[in-house]
Write a new protein. Structure first.
Length: 90
């Protein structure tokens, strides 16, 4: 299992969440098995998202689509994104 972890500041978390929920690039079709949305305790306008995939290549492909989407969003600084492998889960 691989996780694409995305972190970035947003202007308004509730507005950002509505955009996320609209699923503009199709998470299920892109191979996302599950996801988790987190919010920083010390900054209510800092969003973190974990997207789970079966393999790293599917996560890389999805990240490419996200980068294209991010490039079309005015005023968005490219989020930090990293793909990690789940080594252990309890």
């Amino acid at each position: 299992m691989h996780v694409l972890r995305i972190e970035h500041g947003v202007r308004d978390f509730d507005s950002w969440k509505k955009a996320f929920d609209s699923d503009p690039i199709g998470r299920e079709a892109g191979g996302v098995r599950s996801y988790r949305v987190l919010r920083a305790d010390d900054d209510p306008n800092y969003a973190l998202v974990d997207l789970e995939f079966d393999d790293a290549s599917t996560a890389e492909s999805f990240l490419g689509g996200l980068r294209q989407l991010w490039g079309r969003v005015e005023g968005l600084t490219e989020p930090k994104a990293r793909i990690v492998e789940v080594v252990e889960r309890t």
